[in-house]
Design a protein around this ligand. Structure first.
Ligand code: DX5
Ligand code: ZN
Length: 216
């Protein structure tokens, strides 16, 4: 068994984005994680559709787009056109979550829903069967390099129980503070996809770090 690794380009060198996307292509990572922030849903602004288009020109791996934006439904088609294979919207940003999930699927992309640390997994009870992925935030979204909130391990287990109870095919992804210490415990708890930003791009040998996470 190997774990899907989704290196977060938020920690890449934006002036050398092509180089860092190619690094991911050549690594053991099957996915690349793309963090879009609007300065409204989260207190930070990262990048938008044009940068995703640029990433798409070089990425050969599955493009995992995490939308930390208000009213994400308005932009789903644009991000799909920009190359997104999976579009993840925040539960907390969607007034009509069910509609937004259908919208993502109508574009041909996979659909994910992200939960902030304070949001219980039970809010997904009525939509879990429609989801391809649930992203659990293990830090408050907006910035890389934060420390993982330890309650995440039990939360992963509760999500796994919900997925099994509902016979859902949703993968479990964890985002924030993934490193050598937390990653094995997360995989043990049932995580399928590990997002890692600063741990990968801040390491001396990012490809070796990705390999090490992949082997968990
Ligand atoms: C944070 C983003 C993360 C971020 C993780 O809001 O969603 O994807 O890049 O960064 P690290 O791995 O450094 O905690
Ligand atoms: Zn993210």
């Amino acid at each position: 068994m190997s774990t899907i690794v989704s290196p977060s380009l938020l920690a890449a060198d934006f002036a050398n984005l092509q180089r860092d996307v190619e690094l991911v292509n050549e690594s053991a990572a099957e996915w690349v994680h793309i963090d879009v922030m609007d300065g409204m849903f989260v207190p930070n602004i990262s990048f938008g559709v044009p940068v995703c288009e640029a990433i798409n020109r070089h990425a050969k791996v599955f493009q995992d787009v995490h939308l930390m934006i208000e009213e994400p439904g308005k932009y789903v088609e644009a991000f799909r056109k920009a190359g997104a294979d999976l579009i993840t919207v925040h539960y907390e940003a969607c007034r009509h979550l069910h509609r937004d999930i259908q919208l993502i699927h109508s574009t041909g992309a996979k659909a994910g829903v992200a939960l902030n640390p304070h949001t219980p997994v039970a809010v997904l009870e009525e939509v879990i069967e429609d989801l391809d992925l649930v992203l659990l935030m293990s830090v408050n979204p907006g910035f890389g390099g934060q420390k993982l909130i330890p309650g995440i391990y039990n939360k992963v287990q509760r999500l796994k129980e919900l997925i099994e109870k509902k016979n859902s095919k949703a993968l479990i992804e964890v985002d924030g503070g993934v490193n050598a210490d937390s990653a094995p415990k997360l995989v043990e708890a049932g995580v399928d996809v590990l997002v890692a930003g600063s741990y990968v791009f801040g390491s001396e040998d990012p490809k070796a770090t990705i390999q090490q996470l992949n082997e968990l």
